[in-house]
Design a binder for this molecule. Structure first.
Ligand SMILES: Cc1cc2nc3c(=O)[nH]c(=O)nc-3n(C[C@H](O)[C@H](O)[C@H](O)COP(=O)(O)OP(=O)(O)OC[C@H]3O[C@@H](n4cnc5c(N)ncnc54)[C@H](O)[C@@H]3O)c2cc1C
Length: 434
């Protein structure tokens, strides 16, 4: 496995470069090693430094910190995800457990940005679950019943109302939930890096290659040096399986997204000057589309099993073309060459969409697998796994521990075959909304 940075993501390209990063250049010994510096790892480091100000804490990342999925996602901090109605109280109870965790995730991010006065283009704009297909309205009505039972505020909108709000007449119906937040994912993760306290050593472009437990300590091998640590927390999300962590319970999925340049005044006027908005698809494989604060259009409409950690330029170009059509369908008057950047990112999935939060064995911990909710849940899980690893407890941990555990996955090649078949099936069902 090789994890490398690229320069393709618009969110990351918005940020100043960080020339003074440190690479692991000598052998180290520490109390705490965190592997992976995205929302999860950085939040774990922040919490550990509060709990153990006098202990040595190291966090490593194979690429530049924050430039994995955390710097390249679509920026929806979600309060709800779409579930198509429930037939039993048990299902409703399970959905409530999920939304309880989303609420804690939003609170964790809110607390972080308040404490550190972070500007990450935070906008409590809510979000739309929208579809162009008339028959999907049934799904939205079912979903609205679930939301009513759980006390969430929502509105159902028809084509005409949506066209005014979004500046496109593509969608037939939508359910709007008030609680979602739109933000700049790159600015958020950069703030987590910039505010790391002095007792944390961050080593970047330093990939953990192998690790083993021996005589009560954990030996970690990097390219030229080693780290010996008492406790380790794995926060590598889409890369958990490649490090052998919970490998029968999670698998990586590669997503791609594209962002346009900012719309010109005339282009923006031609679509009715909508306020910033975010649309999530009704069908799992449909497109996520955002109008950003600075009038850029973001689209993510692929999710696939990709056998390498760096998508080739050729494949990325094909995905970008696909995204150009997605934008054209929604905004036919915009120029053909309006996409400014296209990128891929890796996330981790479990079979039953549950998250991973656990002590794997003495002194070894892991948090990950958030599907489309990693901004909030990753921040929350990072902080809480640090508390758990410190042998402490919290109300949040008791809520997290009530959630369903990931279920066992079939071995290869059956796993890839079944995931691929499922993705193709879901993609066909969402075809008109790509
Ligand atoms: C295109 C896209 C859109 C998304 N949209 C949303 C959204 O709108 N809302 C939402 O909440 N979530 C979204 N997600 C998911 C979200 O980005 C992730 O759930 C979240 O970033 C996970 O954070 P993390 O810190 O656990 O993992 P990551 O940010 O992936 O960080 C893991 C880090 O581990 C490092 N690493 C891996 N292997 C090693 C190793 N061997 N040694 C050292 N370091 C290693 C990687 O370099 C990486 O930086 C999206 C993801 C993508 C890709």
């Amino acid at each position: 496995m090789q994890v490398i940075n690229d320069k393709t993501c618009a969110w990351i390209n918005d940020l100043n470069s960080r020339p003074n990063y440190k690479v692991l250049s000598k052998n180290e010994e520490c109390e705490w090693l965190i592997v992976g510096a995205g929302y999860t790892g950085l939040s774990a480091a922040r919490k550990l430094s509060e709990l153990h100000p006098n202990q040595k804490i190291i966090i490593v990342d194979a690429q530049l910190a924050g430039e994995g999925a955390s710097g390249r996602n679509s920026g929806y901090l979600v309060d709800t995800t779409l579930n198509d109605g429930f037939t039993s109280n048990k299902d409703l109870y399970n959905y409530k457990k999920k939304t309880d965790i989303y609420r804690l995730g939003i609170n964790a991010v809110k607390k972080f940005i308040k404490e550190h006065q972070v500007d990450c283009d935070w906008n409590e704009a809510g979000k739309y679950f929208a579809s162009s297909k008339k028959e999907d309205k049934k799904i939205l009505i079912n979903f609205s019943n679930t939301l009513s039972k759980l006390g969430f505020e929502y509105n159902l909108f028809d084509k005409k109302e949506l066209s005014k709000k979004l500046g496109t007449s593509f969608y037939d119906s939508a359910l709007y939930t008030k609680g979602g937040i739109l933000l700049h994912p790159g600015k958020l993760v950069r703030a987590m890096i910039d505010t790391l306290s002095k007792n944390i050593d961050l080593y970047e472009k330093s990939q953990l290659l192998e690790w083993k437990k021996y005589g009560g300590k954990i030996f970690c091998k990097f390219k030229n040096n080693n780290i010996i640590t008492k406790k380790i927390i794995f926060c590598t999300n889409g890369f958990l399986k490649s490090l052998g962590i919970k490998k029968n319970y999670n698998f990586p999925i590669t997503l791609t997204a594209s962002m346009t340049r900012p719309l010109s005044d005339n282009e923006f006027k031609s679509i009715g000057e909508p306020k910033e908005w975010g649309v999530l698809p009704v069908r799992p494989m449909g497109a996520t589309v955002r109008m950003t604060k600075d009038r850029r259009v973001l689209i993510r409409n692929t999710a696939e099993v990709y056998n390498s950690f760096k998508m080739s330029d050729e494949v990325l170009k094909k995905r970008s073309l696909n995204q150009k059509y997605g934008i054209k369908k929604r905004f036919p008057t915009l120029a053909d060459d309006i996409i400014e950047s296209s990128w891929s990112g890796i996330v981790s999935r479990t079979r039953n969409s549950s998250q991973i939060f656990e002590k794997i064995e003495n002194n070894i911990f892991v948090a990950g697998c958030y599907n489309g909710s990693g901004i909030g849940v990753g921040t929350l899980f990072g902080e809480q796994i640090a508390i758990m690893a410190s042998n402490e407890t919290s109300d949040e941990i008791s809520i997290i521990e009530k959630s369903n555990k990931p279920t066992w996955l079939p071995p290869q090649p059956f796993l890839n075959l079944s995931v691929k078949a499922r993705l193709i099936y879901e993609r066909l069902k969402a075809y008109s909304d790509l």
